[in-house]
Design a protein. Structure first.
Length: 64
């Protein structure tokens, strides 16, 4: 659940780090890469889903 919240909060940094890893071995400098807006949005969406699923698991564990 906490990782999902961190993913939503720091989606740009996470996505930029992924782009830097992708730039390794290419002719492009890893320091100049910028993530696409759709990729940042996708990271936020998936992190939010992860957080919601984690919250559901915690809630179900408390109820039972």
């Amino acid at each position: 659940m906490g990782l999902g919240f961190l993913g939503v909060r720091h989606a740009y940094g996470i996505t930029r780090f992924q782009e830097q890893l992708d730039a390794i071995g290419s002719t492009r400098s890893a320091g100049t890469v910028e993530p696409a807006e759709w990729n940042v949005t996708l990271t936020k969406l998936l992190s939010g889903c992860l957080s919601a699923i984690g919250g559901d698991v915690v809630l179900l564990a408390i109820v039972e």
